[in-house]
Write a protein that binds this ligand. Sequence first.
Ligand SMILES: *Cc1c(COP(=O)(O)O)cnc(C)c1O
Length: 425
Amino acid sequence: MENENTISNILQAVDDSGRHYRDSIPMIASENILSPLVRRACNSDLHGRYAEGLPGKRYYQGCEDFDTIESIGIATAKRVFNCKFANIQSTSGTNSNLGVLKALTKPGQTITAVSTADGGHISHARMGAVGMRGLNLTTYPWDEDRMEPDLDAAVSMIREVQPNLALFGQSVFLFPTPLRELSDAAHEVGAKVMYDGAHVLGLIAGNQFQDPLNEGADVMTGSSHKTFPGPQGGFVLSNSDDEKFQKRLNNGIFPGVCSSYHLHHVAGKTVALSEFEEFGAEYAKNIISNAKSLAEFLAEEGFDVLAEDRGYTASHQVLTRHGGIDSGAGRDAALILEKSGIITNMNMLPGDSKAMSPSGLRLGTPEITRLGMSNDDMKDIAKFFSRALIRKEDPKVIQNDVKEFKSNFQTVNYCFEPSLAYPGL
Ligand SMILES: *Cc1c(COP(=O)(O)O)cnc(C)c1O
């Protein structure tokens, strides 16, 4: 009996989580929602299967159909990212980064990257993948007004430090990185250049942000589930046609950091790539347009939106500050919004030094755009923010209104066979 209860509790919570999101406005910048066909691929028998190696070169029998899938996925990824090499096996963005660090560096070598305080990802830090590979890390000087590496100072730093690998890209990512100049400096000192596009991969593939592999990056990594709207997983991409280099990258993922690589997710990624080829450019454009609108409407409501001088954002993200540096007001705002039916995350902003009590919020438009919201709807969202955080209305009342608003956005778009985003609840 106890067991039965446990099972029903688990399943109840699984469905409750779906209902919670169905009735809320999902604004976590790194999140997205699966299309019906991607969901189908992810729920397939492939879930239980194994493949190691590459299509046609397997250690296991039974991979023939999966070989077809992975081959299509690789070919589609090369077209979608306009590049000569794609590995679609890695199980997450972090896993992609670890694999590439394994491929391109040795313990004791030097890497340069964006600090986590300035928006770099934990996998770029000593406590993450960079530390696990035993690399010496130096972080770039940062331009807080432009929210990007301080170009002149970073170029000097690269010349002085002479890294083996120069890593760019962030989790807080408003504007394209001035990659051309930074890559030139890195290549001058013999470094390889890696661009972590985890957050902005869909914007890049949709030709709406920057084209790192054409601006000097030797390799680009990323997650397959943020602005690129596939299942959770990763990509490793390159424009190099040097077979030795490509082999190093493949070996970094397997046998470097994967054995099984979650074949159902690779199948889902492959479907997502096909859908992206058809709908991605429009999707990426609308994500950014919504982010800009959201920023403008929030500023109109009186919120302190970062980077006003640069038009607030050129990506899927908007940053707002809610009180003094390290005040924890960003965390408080995120909690009030959650009670009001709006899901966001607190974030450190320039000046903040405490990850758990920052002054900022990071807002993202990938998921709400995919659910069919457009510029006008950003005004309604800004109004909900104002009611919750400025006028301090009862969150329960706001939550009810949010639920009603959200009931108009229940379909996944920018995919084949658009249908219910939250099936079976
Ligand atoms: C999200 C993120 C990652 C990690 O991706 P996961 O798929 O969550 O492992 C890596 N790098 C950057 C810059 C990110 O923002």
